[in-house]
Design a protein around this ligand. Structure first.
Ligand code: ZN
Length: 309
């Protein structure tokens, strides 16, 4: 079984309540974990995904109540795209109009129908209509029928100076293959449905980005387990002279981080143990979960975190 592709995407947002109202309320993603930033426990860390928080479906946010907007530039993720059935693009266009979501008109990219939109922080998102996605499990949240629900990630588009150096990491370390080229866009795919696509946009000497509200902080790629992660770390060192951080225990996966040659922060995250490690699989995301090393500070942390309702 292949375990390649995107594991999760982590972004920076403004107020927590507004983030929750949009990503759960409007997009119908399931909040599968409500925790804090382990490195900054006065800030929430929200994980959204399919009902189980499967790798390849997980969009996470650090919501800051007072955040300056980011400025998109080279060395950043330009767009994060979700998969929906091709026949659901009309449903979503209608829903965006009704909910006042800023969106563009559907465009064709690499033969696919792409509906671009932004969240309240200006994060660049898109829905990609995929023929056959109606057969992938869909979980309806709120008023969204299961048939139209977001299935998971389609992929990300990264803005880099040139494609080749980043492409070398994708193909040699993460199991992607270059599958298409269209002008400044080069597409890499793992052949798996969820999160199996990375598109590189070669921007040349464009401005570098500035992280802030609406920015993607990092993109995480899948490793089945610790051994698979260690093998990727070794490959990065031996073939690309790239050193990662030490492995960090993120409770729901174990991670290493590195800056890829194009400037984007990459993470490698294990598929194990997953989100049901500290609460029942059928009640994910309902209560604030803290890692063991922060549990003793629960009262203090709950007093600092902003109210969600
Ligand atoms: Zn991460």
């Amino acid at each position: 079984m292949t375990r390649n592709g995107i594991h999760h995407v982590t972004a920076i947002s403004g107020p927590a309540r507004r983030n929750l109202a949009f990503h759960e309320g409007v997009l119908g993603l399931s909040l599968v974990k409500k925790t804090v930033n382990f490195d900054d426990p006065g800030t929430y860390h929200f994980y959204y995904g399919d009902a189980a928080g499967s790798p390849g479906t997980i969009l996470t946010f650090f919501p800051w109540e007072h955040v300056a907007p980011g400025r998109l530039g080279v060395g950043e993720t330009q767009e994060t795209a979700f998969r929906v059935p091709l026949g659901s693009i009309g449903y979503w266009t209608h829903r965006f109009v009704e909910a006042g979501v800023k969106h563009g008109t559907p465009i064709q990219t690499f033969g696919e129908t792409v509906l671009p939109f932004t969240d309240p922080d200006g994060m660049h998102l898109a829905l990609v209509g995929v023929a056959g996605a109606e057969a992938e499990p869909g979980h309806g949240v709120g008023t969204i029928p299961a048939e139209h629900a977001i299935r998971g990630f389609h992929g990300v588009t990264l803005l880099v100076k040139e494609a080749a150096p980043t492409g070398a990491i994708l193909t040699d370390v993460f199991g992607f293959a270059q599958t298409a080229q269209d002008g400044v866009l080069t597409r890499y795919s793992t052949g798996t449905a969820m999160g199996g696509i990375v598109t590189l946009r070669a921007a040349g000497d464009f401005l570098r980005g500035r992280q802030g509200g609406g920015s993607v902080h990092h993109v995480a790629f899948r490793a089945a387990d610790d051994a698979a992660e260690a093998a990727m770390v070794q490959r990065l060192a031996e073939n690309h002279s790239i050193r990662t951080t030490e492995q960090k225990d993120r409770n729901y996966f174990r991670s290493v981080y590195f800056r890829e040659p194009g400037g984007v922060l990459f993470e490698i995250a294990t598929d194990i143990p997953g989100f049901a490690v500290d609460e029942p699989a059928d009640a994910l995301g309902r209560v604030l979960k803290l890692p063991a090393f922060l549990e003793g500070r629960r009262t203090e942390i709950e007093g600092i975190l902003p109210a969600l309702s």
